[in-house]
Design a binder for this molecule. Structure first.
Ligand code: AMP
Ligand code: MG
Length: 404
């Protein structure tokens, strides 16, 4: 193990900057075309350019009557046609109005729509307009939303319901997206047992594996489950040797300082690996390197540490490899509902809820307590070398920003 980097703590920003540069250098470049139904969560590989105007023609924003305002001097107008959504109207006959419904095309020659609530019908079916009108009112002009040739979604956009709806509104049934990333998940530790098995004295159930598998699936990754690696060099070597065709090896545990780090040893034999000491809590030790050319990230094993380091470092790294530019979570400044009297060397990500507009902490912030994150709505970020009084502003990062 190389101990030289241990002398200095790396800030969260420095670590992220290095990881994002590594991600950029190992960017996934292969693309595939997928139907909209299968594209949720994927990353757009190519700009989406509008192939038509939206709306494609002027349409009515109201149920009512379409007229040419210059034809109206206060007199009732006869109804010359009925235009419902989905039909193509004829040009408006001069001196008349058209019955029209929301979303229907405005007939050529009409420049105004009056909502039906502001009209009355005469006994012979003519329309009385009761209010003053303005030309153009209640008409959604052609191209109001977007116009032919506009870039509507940029390459690198992560697709969700809104983006997919937009693509559908432009008539696209397929999108060109980055291929999925294949990620191997390894859990290390002699103490680990998979759920469903009996638990012996000294053993604990493997929870990180499930956290990472679920989260990676949300990131549209293909997960290769590498199982549990015992704390044994030969078995670690063998397990690594069996991994092929992956884009990333993600492990948890075995990176604590002073521990026999078999994964690190095995990785170093066939690649390069360095141990970073991060100014982050929970977290701190993180390994990053390569094994036979495949990037490897080793996260700390304590469940809350795995959560924080995956969310703040591994997730942005993975998204950047897929070409996403905006990889940082949104955060909000909120008044602290707690005090922080002891300034720390490491930046704290405290599991917190927002209660009545204030950030309130889970009472047990131990890195071993995953329940803290189940209780929490997000992380309160307390910067290094900082104290806080109640009411001071603290950055709150919603978990919903990270768990997608
Ligand atoms: P390590 O980094 O291997 O020393 O692990 C730190 C702590 O996290 C120890 O208490 C481990 O038992 C625990 N731990 C490591 N891996 C896992 C895992 N996959 N699931 C649950 N706890 C873990
Ligand atoms: Mg361990």
């Amino acid at each position: 193990m190389s101990h030289s980097p241990l002398s200095a703590l790396i800030s969260v920003e420095q670590a992220l900057e290095r990881l994002l540069a590594e991600a950029q250098a190992a960017a996934i470049v292969e693309n595939e075309s997928v139907s909209l139904a299968l594209a949720d969560g994927r990353v757009l590989a190519q700009d989406v350019i509008a192939g038509l105007d939206l709306p494609p023609w002027p349409n009515s924003a109201m149920d009512g009557y379409a007229l040419r305002l210059a034809d109206w001097q206060g007199q009732p107008l006869p109804v010359s046609q009925r235009v419902v959504a989905g039909t193509a109207p004829e040009a408006l006959q001069p001196g008349t109005c058209a019955r029209i419904f929301t979303g229907a095309p405005v007939p050529e020659g009409a420049d105004t729509v009056e909502m039906q609530e502001n009209t009355t019908l005469t006994a012979d079916g003519q329309v009385v307009f009761n209010e003053p009108m303005k030309a153009g009112q209640n008409i959604r002009p052609q191209g109001q939303e977007t116009q032919l040739g506009d870039c509507v979604l940029a390459a690198g956009t992560r697709l969700g319901p809104v983006e997919l709806g937009l693509a559908a509104s432009l008539g696209l049934s397929q999108l060109n997206v980055r291929r999925r990333m294949r990620v191997a998940v390894l859990s290390t530790g002699d103490e680990l047992v998979e759920p469903g098995q009996p638990l012996g004295l000294g053993q604990i159930y493997n929870s990180n594996r499930q956290v990472l598998i679920s989260w990676l699936q949300r990131l549209s990754c293909e997960v290769v489950d590498g199982g549990i690696l015992p704390d044994d060099l030969a078995q670690t070597r063998a397990a690594l040797g069996a991994l092929n065709q992956v884009d990333l090896i993600l492990s948890t545990g075995g990176v604590s300082v002073g521990e026999a780090d078999f994964l690190g040893i095995a990785l170093r034999e066939a690649g390069e690996i360095s141990l970073w000491k991060l100014a982050i809590k929970p977290g701190k030790p993180l390994t990053f390197g390569q094994f036979r050319g495949v990037p490897v990230m080793g996260l700390p094993g304590n469940p809350a540490s795995t959560l924080v380091t995956f969310g703040l470092l591994a997730r942005p790294y993975i998204l950047r490899r897929l070409g996403v530019q905006q990889v940082q979570p949104l955060g909000f400044s909120l008044p602290a509902g707690f005090t922080w009297t002891k300034p720390g060397k490491r930046r704290e990500y405290l599991r917190a809820q927002v209660q009545e507009g204030r950030v309130v902490l889970y009472p047990n912030q131990s890195s071993g307590v995953l329940l803290s994150a189940a209780w929490a709505d997000g992380f309160a970020e307390v910067l290094e070398h900082t104290t806080l009084s109640e009411g001071d502003c603290v950055r709150f990062i919603p978990l919903s920003e990270l768990l997608i």
